[in-house]
Design a binder for this molecule. Sequence first.
Ligand SMILES: Cc1ncc(COP(=O)(O)O)c(C=O)c1O
Length: 419
Amino acid sequence: MLQQPSWRTIASLSHCSSRAFAAPLAASLRCRSQRMYSIHADASVGTSITDIDPSKLSVTKTANPKALLPPDELIFGRNFTDHMLSLEWTASEGWLPARITPYQNLSLDPATCVFHYAFECFEGMKAYKDKNGSIRLFRPDRNMARLNKSSARIALPTFDGDALTELIGKFVKLDERFIPDTRGYSLYLRPTIIGTQRTLGVGPPASALLYVIASPVGPYYRTGFKAVSLEATDYAVRAWPGGVGDKKLGANYAPCIVPQMQAASRGFHQNLWLFGEEEYVTEVGTMNLFAAIKNKQTGQPELLTAPLDGTILEGVTRDSVLGLARERLEPKGWKVDERKFTMKDLADAADEGRMMEVFGTGTAAIVSPVRRISWKGRLVECGLEENVEAGPVAQQMKDWMESIQYGDEDHPWSYKVPA
Ligand SMILES: Cc1ncc(COP(=O)(O)O)c(C=O)c1O
């Protein structure tokens, strides 16, 4: 009972290789072609085991409320609110009652599996205060779905996303005084799941901890947009077909720091991840990437981003920009396309006067305009005049997104936390 559901996960992960042994060529070819896409791992917990029940929440308030920092002194991820939300899970009992407690250290045995085999996944999302003082989350269902996918892939438990959203709402409400009510400010939320079994044995963890901490943050661009310069990384890859680059696992992030530092040592703000001999453009740092170029044959403006082929993180901002572009730019003559494109496609567009703009997308900045990309010893200019920091599409997307996030525009993507 205890290990059974987890072994189901292992079985589903090894599905391709065992099939390839059993039925020679056809199955092996089928597996190989399917490997372009990431596996869909089962949850490591059976549905009969207790799921999250928000009605069982207990709250212990802090006796020492923290002083609020002046908004202009907030640094991303450095300061945290008074409380944290946590839920323990065991393979035999499922999710135990949620607790909101004062923000505090974790106490874990040095042999805990998270420290040895990277049983960790997380999310990044924000809570915003609207002009009426209500708190809003932006598309929390998307973060919950992605966290479930990440967790299942590393044999950690899944959960009811609506139930966790409800609990996050209660947690954010309790710490709402930390959300500055100025436009551009928000509360960054970090839901995290770790394997907590004390063992050096490599296997599915029989216990886990889900916790959420919150950090007040200021606008990414305090004094307006600042376009960044990128270095295309050709000596390392972030993700590969059949890998886990489309999951938000902590293990995906540490190996990205050295290429980022090397780009920085040569004067670039970020590195651009390419993939394969074709040098497909995938992501920029920890953001998805969009390019607006004119079609070579027709001159039609196209907004391009890499497809979700298993090597790209399914960004909530990416999906939102795509949705808004399809709804609001396509009627104006744009083509919006999720397709593979190469660094050479971008360089050709720049050389032929077809480059319009390039920008990254992510929860932290919403959009991050790109000025130029260093590639094969040359600089590919990305359509911005020297004194201009953002193209019109990037600017428009930031305005549309903020208007929804801060509740100025009534939109189904904005989730109002119950008062
Ligand atoms: C690798 C990577 N790509 C893209 C994104 C953007 O995702 P989102 O728009 O959900 O913040 C992130 C940020 O979480 C990321 O870490």
